[in-house]
Design a protein around this ligand. Structure first.
Ligand code: D6G
Length: 786
């Protein structure tokens, strides 16, 4: 049972957690009991923990309803420009605590739940993650929704309501095993089905030329059934909508010409149509040309466009009676934005609405025309989707400065030369609500005590902390919060996974999808090097580390799955070696997802961002760690470049090849064997992996990894090995000086302002969408529950 807060503690926490007024608390309790009775139809004798979670979720949801209706009415009346964010992924995670944070209900709910004799954390833990995303791209979409609502933009997220989100990862005998993510099994209290807005989407068919014009006939119709989820802004009474489409077969599906006996089969076949929204494709940064995936894309686009036009026509006029028929003002009222995975051939490219095709250019320059063609010639003709998108959009941007520059200089050089103004940059960001206030309230509070709490909606204000870099009390508070978070995470690991770790060791963390380009293998080589050093000089005073790696491998990505097996294999040897003791531990964090990120990031000391320069478009995990007081070891890749620029390169641990070095090496040739033969510690580590030291039961288990690293490594792991190890030595040395370490942490936190998704969205709004963000509140409903 949690201890109640003392009055002093309550007063301290008011700024970031909202006020726990007596009236609020008693009101919440009443409504909780009302929902338990009327919505869950349970009494306290038979109610389960899950019933209590649902009662609480419904109680909190009530506070959204009046604001949601009012916001949407407001948009109909005022008819502002709307922005539509179309994405195949919205990686939302949990909703309960985020709603309480944004509505300033956290303290009041904590108190009410405590008075009801229940445990808030236990109830929160019952909520399933909405895992409708793979990694950074889907989570970016979720952070953008929070920022768009917090900046008062009339914004909508449009996507697919997958019945199964990203798979759950189990580790069995050291291998990844996938389980289906049946997240809707117990119902989803945050969504509202809207069958009244159902839309038909047509597939297949043929074109018929009739006297009345061209007709598309004999199509297969799938209905798109929308489910709405409220998206509250941060304490501004705005509630926007995320609308996710679910595929429904029409009632007459396959029945038009049924005969006796065909009826049952026709009903069974409804599945075929409804499969469109069955499952999220589990690839991150990888294009897999599958028909079902193309159908998903067309499904969301076709349903969403119909909805956008319906809303455009009826805005200002209410619902159905009077409608706007003239579509010429559509561009003044509607802006669209979408983000690719690799459908359009590269990472995280943002595409923004239409513009006419350029006139005939470069007559005679056949080579250029071939390069820029929308149709790729070859033994099989293909549409180049990236080119099609660039031509059809009025703006295109990369997601960190280095990424945008690379696009202009290489991949899209020809298009950039035709239309340089079309190409922009919008460096990614993260929402400080979920990624600080919600997941690390202790740190949020320590900051608020120094600089007030306005920084939560204006993250640039964190620079005020620079005044306190030498302030011993802040250094002490920041270090204390980190230690508390580490203890809490250690307890969680012990309880959930029966793993014991040393909370006084450095928590060295790499959590992200498993990919060759992200170079978890470089991390593995460092672990093995540390292990060998400890074994060689067991009595030396080594800086203790707990190295944690987590992430899912796409189910069809053989090398990524083998990398997971290598990490668990290294862990089996290292963790059971009595000579090593608790000076080095290797943990594979099973089933890394949004909720696990919220636990591990606040507890991390060192953030690993070690992709080959030029391969990670931005990264956003890097920003989350920085904001939560971890130091970064990283390459000059993605947003790491701008993090180093903001905080000062001396406050990060930057190592390895720059993009120019990688390019030069591509020209001169990368020779892995040269490094292997020259660097004894690298050779030793590789020989151990190759010789079965970590896989005593199957000596050649890792032969594919060894072969890849030695002979066809596209990501040049060995070329950065020495620099990485040297840099890690510096990390270990600094960690032994807690005061200097924490000062660097403060420099980093103070420099995070740029990485708020509020900044990113403000730039999209002003520089691409033609909208103006606003921090003004819209009037609150009289009864907050109305
Ligand atoms: C949300 C909130 C609800 C509103 C509905 C339809 O479910 O109050 O009526 O969206 O909004 P439009 O699709 O007509 O904008």
């Amino acid at each position: 049972m949690p201890k109640p807060l003392t009055d002093q503690e309550k007063r301290k926490q008011i700024s970031v957690r909202g006020l726990a007024g007596v009236e609020n608390v008693s009101d919440l309790k009443t409504n909780f009991n009302r929902h338990l009775h009327f919505t869950l139809v349970k009494d306290r004798n038979v109610a389960t923990k899950r019933d209590y979670y649902f009662a609480l979720a419904n109680t909190v949801r009530d506070h959204l309803v009046g604001r949601w209706i009012r916001t949407q009415q407001h948009y109909y009346e005022k008819d502002p420009k709307r922005v539509y964010y179309l994405s195949l992924e919205f990686y939302m995670g949990r909703t309960l605590q985020n709603t309480m944070v944004n509505l300033a209900l956290e303290n009041a709910c904590d108190e009410a739940i405590y008075q009801l004799g229940l445990d808030m954390e236990e109830l929160q833990d019952i909520e399933e993650d909405a895992g409708l995303g793979n990694g950074g791209l889907g989570r970016l979409a979720a952070c953008f929704l929070d920022s768009m609502a917090s900046l008062g933009l009339a914004a909508y997220g449009y996507g697919i309501r997958y019945e199964f989100g990203i798979f759950n990862q189990k580790i069995v005998n050291g291998w990844q095993v996938e389980e289906a993510d049946d997240w809707l099994r117990y119902g989803n209290p945050w969504e509202k089905a809207r069958p009244e807005y159902m839309r038909p989407v047509h597939f297949y068919g043929r074109v018929e030329h009739t006297p009345e014009g061209v007709k598309w006939v004999d199509t297969q119709v799938v209905l798109a059934l929308p489910y709405d989820t409220p998206i509250p802004g941060y304490r501004n009474n705005v509630v926007n909508t995320m609308r996710l489409w679910s595929a429904k077969a029409p009632c007459d599906f396959n029945l038009k010409d049924f005969n006796v006996g065909g009826y049952i089969q026709a009903v069974l076949d409804r599945n075929l149509a409804e499969n469109i929204s069955r499952v999220l494709y589990p690839n991150d940064n990888f294009f897999e040309g599958k028909e079902l995936r193309l159908k998903q894309e067309y499904f969301v686009v076709a349903a969403t466009l119909q909805d956008i036009i319906r809303r455009f026509k009826s805005s200002k006029f209410g619902s159905t009676e009077v409608v706007r028929v003239d579509l010429s003002t559509l561009p003044e009222k509607v802006s669209g934005d979408t983000v690719d995975t690799a459908e359009w051939a590269l990472n995280a490219l943002h595409i923004h609405r239409n513009r006419p095709l350029p006139p005939k250019l470069y007559p005679g320059d056949d080579d250029r025309l071939r390069r820029m063609s929308l149709v790729e010639e070859g033994h099989q003709k293909k549409i180049n989707m990236a080119h099609l998108c660039i031509v059809g959009s009025h703006a295109v941007n990369g997601v960190a400065r280095i990424h945008s520059d690379i696009l202009k200089a290489t991949l899209f050089k020809d298009f950039y030369e035709v239309d340089p103004d079309k190409f922009q940059n919008k460096t990614n960001g993260i929402t400080p609500r979920r990624w600080l206030v919600m997941c690390n309230p202790g740190l949020a509070e320590v900051i608020a005590e120094r600089i007030g709490d306005d920084y939560i909606r204006d993250l640039d204000q964190l620079k005020k902390l620079l005044e306190f870099v030498d302030d011993d009390s802040l250094i002490c508070d920041i270090a204390k919060i980190k230690q508390e978070n580490k203890l809490k995470f250690s307890a969680y690991l012990e309880e959930q996974y029966k793993v014991k770790i040393n909370p006084n060791s450095m928590f060295d963390v790499q959590v992200k999808r498993i990919h060759e380009y992200k170079r978890q293998l470089l991390n593995c080589l460092h672990i093995i090097t540390l292990y060998n050093r400890i074994k060689k000089e067991p009595n030396k005073d080594w800086t203790p580390r707990t190295i944690m790696i987590g992430g899912k491998a796409a189910p069809g990505y053989h090398t990524a799955k083998l990398i997971i097996r290598l990490i668990t294999a290294i862990g089996e040897i290292v963790n059971n070696d009595p000579v090593v003791g608790d000076r080095l531990k290797v943990i594979f964090l099973e089933n890394y997802k949004v909720t696990l990120a919220e636990r591990i990031i606040p507890a991390s000391d060192l953030s690993e961002q070690i992709s080959t320069a030029g391969t990670e478009a931005s990264g956003t995990g890097n920003m989350k760690f920085m904001l939560n007081g971890a130091l970064t070891i990283g390459t000059m890749d993605g947003a790491n470049v701008e993090m180093a620029e903001e905080a000062g390169e001396e406050n990060l641990f930057i190592f390895g090849m720059r993009v120019e070095d990688v390019e030069a090496m591509d020209k001169s040739g990368y020779d892995a064997m040269e490094y292997y033969n020259r660097i004894p510690e690298l050779k030793q580590a590789m020989d151990q992996i190759a010789g079965g030291f970590f896989s005593p039961d199957q000596h050649d288990l890792f032969k594919d990894i060894v072969n890849m690293l030695l002979h066809h490594d596209r990501f040049k792991v060995f070329a950065d090995y020495e620099a990485y190890i040297k840099c890690q030595d510096k990390v270990s040395a600094l960690y032994r000086n807690p005061k200097e370490w924490t000062k660097k942490v403060i420099y980093n936190i103070a420099s995070c302002g740029k990485f708020s998704s509020d900044r990113t969205i403000s730039q999209y709004a002003r520089e691409i969408w033609g909208m103006e963000p606003s921090l003004e509140k819209i009037p609150a409903p009289d009864d907050p529950r109305q």
